[in-house]
Design a protein around this ligand. Structure first.
Ligand code: ATP
Ligand code: MG
Length: 425
């Protein structure tokens, strides 16, 4: 016998037992986005490799070692998207969505990164993303934070996540800081781990984000980026903090918070949880005012975030929140049909009822079986009631309704009256 084929490492199947959580989260996210006036944009999963190199940055982890890049049959280098912002901006520039206008957009879908698979870290994962263009802030920055805070509240996760914010300043300010930081690390060269030693020449700010405990004290004593901020950057950041204070949203200023993507500048944030171990970031974002220019468009102020859906689902599961009850997926009726004649009649009736009640969730028994085995399937299906059509019912033009979830006597209803039955309206 040939061997079973397994899914690609780090790429998960979402099984029917898990999909209610996903629907629940997706419904909340979409409702949230629409509630703040964001509209959906969809763009391809595959893009030109250059798009990601130019936007995310050549010397970031993502571009250096995590992208799924391949040549297609024309020899063009293509990449499975590792995140959404680059594709979203590319689409907006291409379709002229940023000319003298503001845009508030959302998207949702799979992303791909060739990382070492572990808890909360996959090679195919899903992000829900929000991007806002044409607004210099800080009001729109604060809107992002209010929105995400509201989401946690609605999902029942409010007490399990904490907001961390920082300001990365302008690229000029970061350049000055970079020199200071490199000088500092150089004087402690022996204490750098391998990753940090490499980063020192390419992306020294990223050293601040090291998860290596041995580097902790070195990083804690490093000069602060906040000290290198100019007046405008500092003021922008202060306004955001002020708005958070007024809204009663609790946060921590984390001076070490840097993002793994080069296009960020100004305010950055991360919502983190302690419940998921090392992979604690559930939602990350910030300002990226330079990205449209980097991709050949005119300068457009922009801010956005991406939420890691697997991690939020994991939180819901960990906390046993009632998200598993996805009402959309619960059947109203399981239709039991005994004998060939009833099977034929049942199909016709079911289609007629579907015409009359488009919201009806009815599953027809297929594959035969006696009453007992069909009722067993009915019970397993989760349906609220079983409709039974057997010889007796056929001759009296009725349906027997058996209540599967409450201790109610079964009833017999005329076939013509069935769409008035409260269970299937
Ligand atoms: P991390 O520090 O966890 O690697 P990141 O800085 O690479 O995250 P972003 O690129 O900003 O993360 O992505 C936004 C969100 O997407 C993260 O906060 C996280 O919730 C989620 N995410 C990122 N990479 C993965 C992955 N490999 N598997 C699952 N979720 C992920
Ligand atoms: Mg990462």
């Amino acid at each position: 016998m040939s061997q079973n084929i397994q899914a690609v490492r780090g790429m998960s199947d979402i099984l029917p037992s898990q999909s209610p959580y996903w629907h629940y989260l997706e419904n909340h996210l979409i409702q949230l986005a629409h509630g703040y006036g964001y509209r959906e944009i969809r763009f391809p999963i595959v893009e030109q490799t250059t798009l990601f190199k130019r936007s995310i940055g050549e010397v970031t982890d993502i571009v250096e070692k995590e992208m799924y890049t391949f040549d297609d049959r024309n020899g063009d280098s293509l990449t499975l998207r590792p995140e959404g912002t680059a594709g979203c901006v590319r689409a907006c520039i291409q379709h002229g969505l940023l000319h003298n206008q503001q845009q508030r957009l959302w998207y949702l879908g799979p992303m791909f990164r060739h990382e070492r698979p572990q808890k909360g870290r996959f090679r195919q994962f899903h992000q829900f993303g929000i991007e806002a263009f044409g607004m210099p802030g800080p009001d729109i920055d604060a809107e992002m934070l209010f929105m995400t805070a509201r989401l946690w509240q609605r999902l029942g996760l409010k007490d399990h996540v904490i907001l961390q914010i920082n300001s990365l300043g302008t690229s000029e300010e970061r350049a000055v800081y970079r020199t200071t930081l490199v000088d500092y690390f150089k004087t402690h060269q022996n204490a750098l781990d391998e990753d940090a030693a490499r980063r020192l020449a390419t992306n020294p700010l990223r050293i601040l984000d090291s998860k290596n405990p041995d580097m902790r004290s070195l990083i804690a004593n490093a000069p602060l980026l906040s000290d290198a901020l100019g007046a405008a950057s500092a003021e922008h950041f202060e306004s955001i903090k002020h708005m958070l204070d007024r809204a009663g949203i609790h946060y921590q200023v984390n001076h070490r918070l840097v993002r793994g993507l080069d296009y960020y500048s100004g305010m950055v944030f991360e919502w983190v949880t302690e419940l998921l171990g090392a992979q604690g970031a559930v939602c990350s974002g910030g300002r990226y005012d330079k990205l449209t220019e980097m991709l050949g468009g005119r300068p457009v102020p922009a801010v956005g975030f991406a939420l890691g859906m697997e991690r939020v689902v994991a939180l819901l599961e960990t906390l046993l929140l009632p998200a598993g009850k996805d009402d959309d997926a619960i059947l109203d009726v399981y239709f039991v049909l005994i004998g060939e004649e009833c099977e034929q009649k049942g199909k016709e009736l079911a289609e007629k009822w579907r015409d009359e009640s488009p919201k009806l969730r009815l599953q027809l028994n297929c594959g035969g079986g006696n009453l007992k085995s069909q009722l067993k399937r009915a019970d397993k299906s989760g349906a609220k009631v079983a409709f039974i059509l057997g010889e007796n019912e056929l001759s009296s033009q009725t349906i027997t309704i058996k209540f599967l979830r409450d201790a109610r006597e079964q009833i017999n209803v005329s076939m013509d009256q069935i769409t008035n039955f409260e269970g299937i309206k």
